[in-house]
Design a protein around this ligand. Structure first.
Ligand code: HEM
Ligand SMILES: *[C@@H]1O[C@H](CO)[C@@H](O)[C@H](O)[C@H]1NC(C)=O
Ligand SMILES: *[C@@H]1O[C@H](CO)[C@@H](O)[C@H](O)[C@H]1NC(C)=O
Ligand SMILES: *[C@@H]1O[C@H](CO)[C@@H](O)[C@H](O)[C@H]1NC(C)=O
Ligand SMILES: *[C@@H]1O[C@H](CO)[C@@H](O)[C@H](O)[C@H]1NC(C)=O
Length: 339
């Protein structure tokens, strides 16, 4: 049976909460050392009062050009936060191709995510030059793509500085993989003080966006010695995916991750899992594994419960490894360090 510290935490009595919170803090510290910043929703209220409307306008304009903007920005925020914290390190372009975004594990982050942040930054710099960090712009843009896709809106904590380091080698082992099962997935999140419930709620981001065939073709053609196709996958869905992704197909073909409502941010991801329509192993196991099944069932029938959980998990995700003081700067250009 599954027995991560996240699960143990929930089984214990409420009076252990303080001790457990301290344990969570300790779990975060070694991952991202440095000074913790004070984040607040009103951080730029006098230095850049129009910030939020500028971000929303530019994000909306970009989505109207291409709907791919929605998943691209959301995934970029997740990857940035998991690797050295929410510090825009994922946005750095290196002439030597050795920045975070160049790591094999960047798992084909879509260019429209980077483009969105750069365009918003240009607009924000015109209104308030040198004031707003790229890390905060990405956090706001991630909220805006979710809410513009009919998902929840929430107040975003601000005050992150942009990081001074971005290395491809930092990515290795930090991101979850599509072949992982629940114990491993939970461990990736637990390292940052994020619980099983956070992990299940954040996985709901796969209600939008695309995945390349190579990420899941083992489930179709090469599941195990005895079975070609993963038996937890709905048969009709498997047949559709085989049609879209023939064996040995190139890396270029991608399919919707939510086959039912691919561009709407809703709880259909979870009812899909109940129906065997999870695309990755890492999606489907959230339902097949008893350790996370009840949360999937809860979110599948109650979108409000999903939205509430997603919002609080995104806020917690946004606090990871925030840079302050001499550990950061406000970049002039999101793709390059100031010096
Ligand atoms: C729980 C473990 C997770 C795993 C194993 C995982 C893995 C993946 C993989 C393999 C892809 C497909 C990439 C491609 O083929 O191009 C993908 C796409 C995506 N992921 Fe995740 N992911 C996880 C959690 C998350 C979280 C927490 C978020 C955001 C909060 C997220 C947001 C997205 C989005 C929006 C896409 C679509 C990207 C696009 O269309 O450009 N994922 N994920
Ligand atoms: C994007 O399209 C929507 C719907 O047509 C529209 O309401 C909105 O104003 C557009 N956004 C921008 C920034 O043009
Ligand atoms: C991701 O990394 C690969 C190399 O592994 C690189 O070719 C690709 O351009 C990178 N993606 C982005 C968006 O930088
Ligand atoms: C099939 O799966 C096995 C075990 O995971 C792996 O070693 C092998 O490379 C896979 N074969 C193909 C054709 O992908
Ligand atoms: C759905 O979830 C919300 C938020 O957790 C809760 O207040 C509400 O009672 C739930 N609705 C049902 C029908 O269970």
């Amino acid at each position: 049976m599954f027995s991560s510290s996240a699960m143990e935490r929930r089984r214990r009595s409420p009076c252990a909460a303080v001790v457990m919170a301290a344990v969570a803090m300790l779990a975060v510290m070694p991952a991202f050392p440095g000074v913790a910043a004070d984040l607040s929703a009103g951080y730029y209220s006098s230095s850049c009062p129009k910030l939020e409307s500028i971000v929303r306008y530019e994000v909306s304009r970009k989505i109207n050009e291409t709907v791919v903007t929605i998943p691209a920005v959301l995934r970029l925020f997740f990857h940035d936060c998991l690797v050295t914290g929410c510090d825009a390190s994922a946005l750095i372009s290196s002439p030597n191709d050795d920045a975070e975004k160049d790591a094999p594990d960047n798992m084909s982050l879509a260019g429209d995510g980077f483009d969105t942040v750069n365009r918003v930054k240009t607009a924000v710099e015109k209104a308030c030059p040198g004031v707003v960090s790229c890390a905060d712009i990405l956090a706001l843009a991630a909220r805006d793509v979710v809410s513009l896709a009919s998902g929840p809106w929430w107040s975003v904590e601000l005050g992150r500085l942009d990081g001074l380091v971005s290395k491809a080698s930092d990515v290795d082992g930090k991101l979850p993989g599509p072949d992982m099962r629940v114990t491993k997935l939970a461990a990736v999140f637990d390292k940052h003080g994020l619980s099983m419930r956070d992990m299940v709620a954040l996985s709901g981001a796969h209600t939008v966006g695309f995945a390349h065939c190579t990420r899941f073709t083992d489930r179709l053609y090469n599941y195990s010695a005895g079975e070609q196709t993963d038996p937890s996958m709905n048969k009709d869905y498997a047949a559709q995916l085989m049609e879209a992704c023939p064996r040995d197909v190139g890396k270029t073909i991608a399919v919707n991750m939510d086959p039912v409502s691919p561009i709407v941010f809703d709880n259909v991801y979870y009812s899909n899992l109940v129906n065997g329509l999870g695309l990755f192993t890492s999606d489907q196991v959230l339902y097949t594994d008893g350790a996370s099944r009840r949360t999937v069932e809860e979110f599948a029938v109650n979108q409000t419960a999903f939205f509430d959980a997603f919002v609080s998990s995104m806020v917690r995700l946004g606090r990871l490894g925030v840079k302050a003081g001499k550990d950061g700067e406000v970049r002039r250009d999101c793709t390059a360090f100031n010096h």
